[in-house]
Design a protein around this ligand. Sequence first.
Ligand SMILES: [Zn+2]
Length: 626
Amino acid sequence: MRVGVWATIAGAAAGAALFLVAQPAIPDPQAPIDGFAPAHVAAQHEVEQRIASTISTRRLEANHRFLTAEPHVAGSLRDRTLAEWTRDQWIAAGLDSVEIVEHRVLLPYPHDASVEMIAPASVWHAQLREHPDAPLAFHAYGASGDVTGSVVTAGIGAPADFDRLAASGVDLHGKIVLVRYPANYSYRGYVVYLAQQRGAAAVLMYASHSDDAPDAAIQRGGVGFDFIEPGDPPPAARPTIISLPISTRDARVILDAMHGGDVTLRVRVNNDEATRPIWTVIGRINGAAYPDQWVIAGNHRDAWMYGGVDPSSGSTALMELARTLGSLVRNGARPKRTILLASWDAEEYAMTSSTEWTEQHELELREHAVAYLNVDAAVSGSTFFARAVPSLAHLVASTAGVDDSAIETRIGAGSDYTAFLNFAGVPIVDMRFQGPYPVYHSAYDTHGWVTRIDPGFARHAQLTRIWATAATRLANADVLPLDHVRYAHRIAGFLVEVERRWGAPLRVASGALARFDAAASRHGDAAAAALADGNAGALELINRALMEVEPSFIDAAGLDGRPWYRHLLYAPAFSYQPEVLPGLSDAVESRDPDRVAEAERRLAAALDRAAACLKVFTTFPGSRAS
Ligand SMILES: [Zn+2]
């Protein structure tokens, strides 16, 4: 899990306020469900009741204990064992088919590393591991090298910190920059990127912990520039300067020595540059009515260490999701659409296996994908948080029992939904229960930690229920619950923000947006009519049109300077903060009117493509036929 801290804090505040009023209630078996014909509502309520009664907290806890029994970094023997276990359990659960897909990717492990004080003292070495048996902590995709230099602190490593150093005349060339994380979620690769740009020779990072975490904890993690391109990294997506994560305890020794004057360190990093296999497990439940329409749910399996919260709280939920869906099938409630389950690998490196798999299946996804529902770290607290494209916000909110406004619709990057949304144009949801998480990516993120934050695994059960309910609503709906009127309104809000920065109306984009809004609205009316009539032929065309909207936002040429990111409404900023209307926004930032006109033209073309998909149906002559 790698998430921008800013979005997380904003989301937590919104979620905390609204989740309090939302205790799961016994659903009224007559209550309407979005997208379901009156004749099919009772059957879906029965599916949802069966989901609630099948999920077992005892099994969630037992599987979590097994998943976290040993460290299982991507590409390791234990990672492979857990992939095979996942496959075998899914087969036993009754999935129609399960396969393990292997990708061979650049996957460096640390060979050795050291941080040694040269001056003023010359007898001190940093520990670089929590305890003697823990593996060496390192930064995935960090450079190797041997640097001796004086230490400069740079706050939390934000652009403002580096600007402040520059303003006070500090030259970072040849220096070792010591940075404290602002919280547990900021993307460390951006800090390395900034330090590298300013000429630093090395970066050391430590987390500032609450009293809850041992000060020996070390936050491992990736530093690849996957805001340029995730997955098996091209050279441009790798740092050229060395970096290491260190513990608060070791940082304190360095900071104490700095009180007495200059401190010189020697930092050595030697990561192997090995290519290793990683394993994606893909399970499939064939849809009874529309097998070529896929609802996809996924979670990554690889962990920096034991992976108590990240990702095994999500992996045990995925396992329970598989058992629950398998049990529905065995009891005659096979979903109408196909459901695919994915256990991803090497997410912690660069969202690698989901990126490789999505690239490999790009054309099929464009044709078949309905939505991708991601869960990474499922439970680190008790506050429900979800991000989703605006078209799916209501589905998630109604399933979780929260207000629509609690769903975050600004989407950056940071977990396995990235390739689905930003590369393939698949509508996404990402959700969890969150809270303070000081053991993030350390050896202390264990089964024991998780049993403290979710005793009895009730939150895990709740998250699994929300996940399974959302998946089956998407899989069984007569009209897919994709609300493009809401999407259009959200884009209008984004456009106002960009216009404010530009200082003038962007009429080409807003004209196209009005056409998309009108087409979505007419399509919604036609869908409601077809639902009331039970017109199966019309419903099929309506759903086909709904599925074609999100891929319309993909521009094959990609964003300027990072062509892998191809979605024109969403991209991560380099900090991992969400950037909305990224192409247009970057152009406005450049203050170049020609660039702005070109970006506006591309955005308008995407919106017109989306409108055209929806128009295909509204002109269908038989939409009111019986
Ligand atoms: Zn994770």
